[in-house]
Design a protein around this ligand. Structure first.
Ligand SMILES: [Zn+2]
Ligand SMILES: [Zn+2]
Length: 406
């Protein structure tokens, strides 16, 4: 995009750019100066910051602004400049891309919000699926395909995965190193009789894994090695918490605000001799995190791991009211994806976005054996963008639920 003309405000603090499509951008003097990319200003390595912002005058102002290269570049000098004979140069394309006018910011927020975009489509509740063969045939394309489903829809089922223990690591490590847990990078979900609901035949209500950590696991991968026909029950459910909180925001803005403000406490304390490693984890955080733009960028839900509420007296009643309303919404049947895993199925879902549940089951002499692993959400997003670039797809860095809008 080329620059048509420029104008400096009377106080010399704002540069107004009129573009060839008549869009108007306004940049502050400090913004233009502190993002200078000349060799004197731009760091060559991460630690080597060459501009010490506090050393600059707070009254830094525009001196002269010139359009060069037929509107493709801008050359700027400043009053109260720190460096001698310093000129800042910016490419017009970069400036237009980084325009922070209300309209441009709004567009960017919308584009990143793949979650809401997906929800707006009003799609039927269909579990997205990819066949394992697609990953074998073309590792990058196959991996990108399931990643796209997980990024946009929160989940994906990979079917016909060989029933071998190593497969979960083989598929997961195409994206990133598996996250380490106290059970190791890969664990088995099987009835072992130990004191943990996940390793029994009990039902597990809707929850996210490990909210006791500052950063709960990102993607959860569950590979079904055995689900014998003798086994009854054990069906799975997924609920999109991002959708649920938007329903809460619409139906009860007051309860929504309460869950943004009042934090719950999560706790996992285990000093018993049977524990793999004695653990003392506690974390306090609100159920919903909003970004600067008011968009939901994080959700936490696990009533089973909540410990004593530690908030001011005035917030106790409104907290329980909002919590009950949230619970009522996530239990709505129309929000639930219900399915039964078959041997060879590998279900992948975003643990920071989706709630998962399992019905109780009876073995009846059969075996239900899953292998589980996690991938960090930031790694997943990075791989998604790297693969998109490699494969020539034009994708916008999406919002994924890691408490960040970008
Ligand atoms: Zn510079
Ligand atoms: Zn703009």
């Amino acid at each position: 995009m080329s620059i048509k003309n420029v104008q400096i405000s009377l106080d010399k603090n704002i540069l107004e750019i009129c573009w060839s499509d008549d869009h108007i951008s306004r940049f502050h003097a400090k913004w233009i100066r502190f993002h200078c990319k000349c060799v004197r200003c731009k760091p060559t390595v991460t630690f080597d910051y060459k501009i010490d912002i506090p050393s600059f005058s707070p009254d830094l102002a525009y001196d002269e602004v010139k359009i060069t290269d037929e509107g493709q570049k801008l050359r700027v000098t400043f009053e109260k400049e720190l460096f001698q004979n310093h000129v800042t140069e910016h490419d017009s394309d970069w400036l237009r891309q980084k325009c922070y006018c209300d309209a441009c910011l709004e567009d960017k927020v919308k584009a990143r919000d793949v979650i809401s975009k997906h929800l707006r489509k009003g799609k039927k509740k269909i579990l997205p699926k990819v066949d394992y063969k697609e990953i074998v045939d073309n590792s990058d394309r196959g991996t990108f395909k399931w990643l796209k489903h997980v990024i946009e829809e929160g989940m994906c089922l990979i079917e016909n995965v060989p029933r071998e223990e190593k497969m979960i690591e083989e598929i997961g490590s195409k994206v990133a190193t598996l996250e380490m847990t106290s059970y190791g990078p890969v664990w088995s979900v099987i009835d072992t009789g130990v004191d943990n609901a996940a390793y029994s035949t009990m039902g597990l209500p809707l929850h996210q894994d490990q909210p006791t950590y500052e950063t709960a696991p990102g993607l959860q991968l569950l590979h079904t090695l055995r689900f014998d026909s003798a086994v009854t029950g054990g069906d799975s459910t997924l609920v999109d918490m991002f959708k649920a909180v938007e329903i809460l925001r619409k139906e009860s803005p007051e309860d929504f605000q309460t869950l943004v403000e009042v934090p719950a406490t999560y706790c996992q304390i285990d000093h018993s001799p049977s524990s793999i490693e004695p653990t003392h984890l506690e974390h306090q955080k609100p159920h919903i995190t909003l970004d600067y733009f008011g968009k939901v960028v994080g959700c936490v839900w696990h009533p089973g791991l909540q410990s004593a509420l530690q908030v001011r007296e005035r917030d106790v009643e409104r907290y329980y009211k909002a919590h009950n309303k949230m619970m009522e919404i996530i239990r709505r049947e129309k929000l639930q994806y219900k399915f039964k895993l078959s041997a060879g199925d590998l279900i992948i879902f975003n643990n920071r976005r989706m709630l998962h549940a399992r019905d109780a089951y009876k073995s009846n002499g059969g075996v239900r054996h899953l292998r589980g692993a996690y991938l960090r959400l930031d790694d997943v997003k990075s791989k998604y963008l790297v693969l998109a670039r490699k494969l020539g797809y034009d994708v916008i860095p999406p919002k994924v639920g890691n408490n960040s809008s970008m």
